[in-house]
Design a protein around this ligand. Sequence first.
Ligand code: PLP
Length: 281
Amino acid sequence: KKIYLNGDILDSESATISVFDRGFLFGDGIYEVMVQINGRFFYKEAHLKRLEENLRKIKIDFDTRNLSAEISKILKGSDLVDKDCLLYMHVTRGVAPRQHAFPTSITPTFMMYAIPKILPDINLIKASVITSEDFRWTRCDIKMISLLGNVIANEDAMQAGCFENIFIRNGVVTEASHCNVFFVKDDIVYTHPADRFILDGITRQLVLELCAQLGIEVREKGVSEKAMIDMDEAFLTGTTTQIASIRQIDDHFYYQGDAIGKITKRLQEAYLKLKNDYCGN
Ligand code: PLP
């Protein structure tokens, strides 16, 4: 496996970073993930824009102008040019003696890798999810590499044999460990507003666009834990999850058997068409 590290393409065994890298010491960095389908990255501009916004949010001074050329390098090095794959991009503040405050002069560490990835058939996913208290900090809008809260929540879901763990903050659903969460009630779509309590997913933005195109009413409003079980439909969104129907939350079932909600289905179909139009067959 090949790794892009600060401009070089290396074997994963020889791609090493200093133990004084602030990403390692403090989790001081951000990341981005996007997928290539039929040789084209799906919503690449939106992902790169979010990467730039995140760098700005945590004040990492990193020049992204050559990013597309650098991405081509790792795809070539990994033999994945034009292949279906997932690209992981990771920028940390860089290497410096351990001190909390940002060093005045520091070069960011930039790492990327690409791995073959075929996205799952979303028609087959009928997710069961658990819920837990959102114990994370209040800057969940930053796509930071310190994912301990998300990792612990996801592990709890795996231990419970579930697909995801949905966070509840002050009685309101925020998002899940690596997905955004949507609900549908009386043909109206609900999702948490893109504030500091959630990551504004690219897939979330896309679903909101699709709702507008399809004339589906949307309310960007947090759904309470109580209201959650009175909803007609629920689904998760994410770059690799795409749009995944939720069948069960804790011990509440939205559907029996293999049913998928009407609006969820419409959005899935519109999403698949968009993906085909964007990336080709
Ligand atoms: N929320 C969290 C916490 C995530 O980690 C992710 C993706 O990794 C998402 C939401 C979904 O974002 P996107 O649709 O951009 O993949």
